[in-house]
Design a binder for this molecule. Sequence first.
Ligand SMILES: CC(C)(COP(=O)(O)OP(=O)(O)OC[C@H]1O[C@@H](n2cnc3c(N)ncnc32)[C@H](O)[C@@H]1OP(=O)(O)O)[C@@H](O)C(=O)NCCC(=O)NCCS
Length: 148
Amino acid sequence: MLSEIAREAILGLTGEDYDEDQQEAWAESAGDEAALARRLADHLTLVATREGEPVGFIALADNRLIDMLFVHPEAAGQGVGALLYDAVEKLAGARGAKVLAVDASDTALGFFQKRGFVPKSRNTVPRGGVWLGNTTMEKTLGEPPTTH
Ligand SMILES: CC(C)(COP(=O)(O)OP(=O)(O)OC[C@H]1O[C@@H](n2cnc3c(N)ncnc32)[C@H](O)[C@@H]1OP(=O)(O)O)[C@@H](O)C(=O)NCCC(=O)NCCS
């Protein structure tokens, strides 16, 4: 279910930034349901639904790292990603996070920049025999609101 969203998002939305071999290798690694379940086991995962159907998800590791964010192409560009990110930022902040980090895909770089993330380093990571570029970005969170 979530692996299907990841797969469709990679194949449907990242074509301007990655070539077909890179898309296939990335989709294969993210689209394995069992592997994804193991990866998400210790993550905080939020799923956005529309008419009862999942259309996107975000996964936070260690209350710090946005490990995955995917929106199905049919629901993309309609604020689903923004909604998921806002919710995770609030939850992480409430749980004491001071900084959030993400290894942003080239497709998502502008999305995270718009949300206050600053590029820290450029990476090239292996996925199933091909190399993909991404950018480590960080955002310092504001002080949590006082309760008195
Ligand atoms: C990146 C992604 C999650 C964004 O989800 P989305 O639901 O389409 O994004 P939204 O509709 O919520 O966009 C919110 C805002 O970000 C902007 N935005 C979205 N993608 C953007 C991009 N690539 N560059 C710049 N701005 C972007 C939108 O214009 C919108 O602006 P607004 O707040 O002024 O209206 C989605 O495109 C996706 O799944 N991409 C493929 C997989 C991927 O790269 N995931 C990230 C891995 S780190």
